[in-house]
Write a protein that binds this ligand. Structure first.
Ligand SMILES: *Cc1c(COP(=O)(O)O)cnc(C)c1O
Length: 539
């Protein structure tokens, strides 16, 4: 089939996970964005990224002596960024804010342009200080830099753009800038809206209502985020208070959710929003060379013992890392379950501890070993309590429970290669996608997961991993937790543990299936192809 020329895409995201110690990412959103830029580069796709050069990044979170998480904010310097010589200006609170534009393409990624306000000439140099550190005016200022500054940077760099892709609603103000440009050229508000819409595609991420940020209209006006739009014109786009997701849904030609199930949830969530774009589902994918051990991929055509050996090497690396960091020596020949998630209640990090009569003896004997990681948001006390609870379990079962502080890409890679099982038990259907499970499955680490996010698409129960429970969702959270807890223990005790200890042949066969059934379907290459066909080229 003859293809039209590929459109040139500018991809906007608040965070990018390109390399573990390049601290401009917080979690899954950034990892996806980083993987996407690498996928674009691998496929020579005409795409550039727009982001922010965070001075302090997201929190560096460690446990103190009492096992309580403490946030620290080192200042990072990077000598590998290229100075483009370009600075753009954004008026924020009626004051000029200069944004220096850096370029980064050292990590096998498509060109990424990073805006930076940390300049002596700025009265507000701190805007690009902490990623997700602040709310209110500070967050709007950051979003103005990303969105408005981002479009201006593209203009100054003379990069022609056909499609603006907003990864999450944070970038929406870029759409206001695009409308404003057109209104400056004499187009009416309506005409500017309709024309701009054709240039924008939007990816929505969170199926949790509160996760969809909104701002009071007055505050946006005060900040100058409206540019030359009037208050009621802003309101028409995002409502009052102004919801960034709603605005992006109204200012895009098409939107997507990040897994098939999330597509259903997102359509349900936004069904009452008028004049919004259609939400299709394009399941996330991962950059395979970044996350998957090439040895594992090669081993699937080889003998059982070669697969096992390759896996055990990865497990040993994880065990060595844990010993170095925590002084705990886990046993290579005992089942090792990994779990790493942001510490938020719906992910239920401590579900496996909810009946110590069942899990306690298994942890005491070492038959089950658990490794956790994950940060709580610095301003979220509930999240911190979750971390604290996990840390206290480590005290209670010091030889078989480990909490690895300060989850980052390095820990993510070690865990999704070196664990035997990757556990995921969110309250369905709140997990949008869950790319860590994809990393695990392609490394032959068997998923043990609720049928949420991407897993219903991949799971063949007992063949390439396991499902916890079924697709039913009880009416209350308490009942749901109860049901899922029972299901988790049942599959753990009746399937996972016996297979691991008594049927190694079957286990290895499952590892093979896990890799074979996911390595292409859940790669970022497939995702890029779908974005191209279903979103960027859509009329
Ligand atoms: C892969 C990864 C994520 C995303 O994983 P989820 O499955 O969405 O939780 C987040 N943080 C790090 C450091 C990762 O490596």
């Amino acid at each position: 089939m003859k293809r039209r020329k590929q459109p040139t895409v500018a991809y906007f995201c608040m965070e990018y996970g390109l390399k573990s110690d390049f601290h401009i990412y917080a979690g899954g959103l950034g990892i996806l964005a980083g993987d996407y830029l690498k996928g674009a580069k691998d496929n020579a796709y005409p795409l550039v990224g727009i982001g922010i050069k965070w001075k302090q990044g997201y929190t560096t979170q460690v446990l103190n002596d009492q096992g309580i998480p403490v946030d620290t904010y080192p200042i990072y310097h990077y000598d590998f960024l290229e100075d483009t010589g370009i600075t753009v200006e954004v008026m924020i609170r009626k004051r000029p804010v200069f944004c220096k534009v850096w370029k980064c393409n050292q990590f096998g990624n498509a060109d990424l342009y990073l805006l930076d306000t940390d300049l002596p000439e700025n009265e507000d140099p701190w805007i690009t200080g902490q990623l997700y550190g602040w709310f209110g005016e500070e967050r709007i200022a950051q979003e103005m830099v990303l969105g408005i500054g981002g479009v201006r940077a593209l203009r100054a760099l003379k990069i022609p753009v056909d499609i603006y892709h907003f990864n999450e609603g944070h970038a929406l103000l870029a759409g206001i800038e695009l409308m404003s440009e057109k209104m400056d050229r004499g187009l009416s508000y309506e005409a500017a809206w309709q024309t701009t819409k054709k240039e924008i595609v939007f990816t929505t991420h969170t199926p949790v209502v509160q996760g969809n940020e909104s701002h009071p209209l007055d505050r946006l006006m005060y900040m100058g985020a409206n540019l030359n739009l009037k208050r009621n014109q802003l309101q028409k786009l995002g409502g009052s208070p102004f919801n960034m997701t709603v605005g992006a849904l109204r200012l895009s030609k098409i939107s997507n959710a990040v897994a098939q199930l999330h597509g259903i949830t997102a359509n349900q969530m936004w069904k009452d929003i008028k004049d919004r774009s259609e939400i299709i589902a394009i399941t996330n994918g991962i950059h395979v060379p970044t996350w998957v051990d090439a040895k594992m991929l090669e081993a699937i055509d080889k003998s059982d013992s070669i697969i096992w050996k390759a896996h055990q090497q990865n497990k040993q690396k994880l065990i060595n890392f844990i010993e170095k960091r925590k002084g705990v020596k886990l046993d290579k020949n005992k089942l090792l379950i990994g779990f790493s998630r942001r510490a938020v209640p719906y992910k239920r990090s401590d579900l496996i501890f909810s009946n110590l009569r069942i899990i306690g003896p298994l942890l005491k004997s070492g038959k089950v070993q658990l490794v956790f990681s994950g940060k709580g948001h610095p301003l979220d006390d509930t999240g911190k309590l979750i971390v604290q609870k996990l840390a206290s379990m480590q005290k209670k079962y010091p030889n078989s429970v480990v909490f690895l502080e300060n989850y980052d890409m390095e820990i993510g890679a070690l865990l999704t290669r070196g664990a035997d099982v990757w556990l995921n038990n969110p309250r369905r259907p709140k997990e949008a996608s869950g790319t860590s499970g994809m990393k695990a499955s392609m490394n032959g680490v068997l998923n043990l997961s609720i049928l949420d996010g991407w897993w219903p698409e991949a799971c063949q129960d007992g063949i390439n991993g396991w499902q916890i429970g079924d697709e039913s969702v009880p009416p209350t959270e308490a009942e749901q937790d109860d049901q899922d807890r029972k299901a988790l223990y049942t599959v753990l005790l009746q399937k996972v543990i016996p297979t691991y200890y008594d049927d190694r042949k079957k286990w290895i066969e499952m590892m093979r299936s896990s890799i074979l059934t996911t390595r292409e379907e859940f790669s970022v290459d497939r995702m890029l192809d779908q974005y191209d066909h279903l979103m960027y080229r859509k009329n």
